[in-house]
Design a protein around this ligand. Sequence first.
Ligand code: KIV
Ligand code: ZN
Length: 526
Amino acid sequence: MPTAPQDTDQDPDRVALFDTTLRDGEQSPGISLNVAEKLEIAHQLARLGVDVIEAGFPATSPGDFEAVQAIAREVEGPIVAGLARTYTADIDFAADAVRDAERPRIHTFISTSDIHITHQLRISRDDVKGQARAAVAHARSLVDDVEFSPMDATRADLEFTAEVVQIAIDEGATTVNIPDTVGYTMPHEFDAYLRRLYELAPGLREVTLSVHCHDDLGLAVANSFAGVLAGARQVECAVNGIGERAGNAALEEIIMLLHTRGDAVGLDTGAVTTEISRTSRLVSRLTGYPVQPNKAIVGRNAFAHESGIHQDGVLKERSTYEIMDATTVGLEANQIVLGKHSGRHALRQALEELGYPVDGAVLQQAFKRFKEIADKKKQVTAMDLEALVTDELREDVPAYALEWFDVEASSRRPPHATVSITTPAGRSVEGSFTGDGPVDAIFRAINAATGVEARLREFRVDAVTGGQDALGEVSVVLELDGRTSAGQAVATDILEAAARAHVRALSLAVRRAQTAVPEPDVVATP
Ligand code: KIV
Ligand code: ZN
């Protein structure tokens, strides 16, 4: 049972959710969200009821700073945190970025493992202690809520880590987060580690203990849960489990684990579980990272029964093979909301009910797309609308845009495509190509039109809903100058969705190539 030594303000049976989708999650290869997209995700995280949004790492780029600041200013409810190394300048950037939040937090970190101290930081253990002390003290002089993380803690000397943790607490850290940075620990080891840490750093009982686990060995959620049982009351996680390398603990799994089995341990989160599916779909669309079909909680098959024996059992009594109800995670979003004859007002109202209060040019454009879809689909579901509006909200200026495409395909000769693209400068350019297949021909015609030789790394088609007339959703990952960029788009015609997804990924690739800044040479991002 949890020992629950805690921050006095926090309900001891409540596990706080610290969402790092926009920081650790955004560090996944190929993901690069713009400010509008980050805001959209942050608003949805607030609807989901997370306690903390780690909105970014403000010192790393002006774009990150701007996004953290926008989230701090606009998103109500959760604490908004900005990440900072122990450098004064990093902490100042983070403080400036979160300043306008209802409840701002600075999250500062430094490694305590000898592997990192010797090979990456190239300083001494005493320097680490000094930097941690100064950083937390400085952060506390700027905000009341400071989180400290000893990076790579699970591979570090426990006694030394405890010393650093106690220093951080003495300087006023209000949350201490123990990261399993490289996903190396095992649940029983993590449990023993944290229990010993409580003994060696007695101040830990006065603050909130947090855990941050990576999934390199597929143990991120199991380790986070072990951490909770050892007394942690904050779990750091990301939607769909995205994050560095194999990712972070999946937010939806943590929520549903405690929702479904929380009784056994007397714990729960404050999440609105019915917002889970929608949050997952939004993050998948905006990041271009598809969710694997068998992914727990949010995978397409997570609530599907294939074998005859299972189907038979569920038809007789759901509990034979179901431990959760799909509606609990918001999977009923497939009801029909609009038809072919619905007008702009009905669309606006339906979108508002879905949590997308759109107006002006976005509503205009969404209505145009809705009419095109409704003509072909007749009945438009909530999931279709959500896909459509996310697609619209995503347009980034200045960027390339698809005007039209033309493709001739036949089984008797190689397909040929011609495309017309608007460049960021507003010019129309055309390109043609004869490819191996219609999609290949379109993609290469786009490259020819733009003069950008992006290489296709991944291509995937999904259906937004079931049925023959379902919207097609295409995900594309391109490589340009050694960097990957993802794009996604939806349309009733998958060739159109493919063309738009490609143009989107290409726009992102070009933008990233133009704004690329050298990696900091002191500490790589965690
Ligand atoms: O994985 C890690 O160690 C991190 C820290 C910044 C918490 O992301
Ligand atoms: Zn991490």
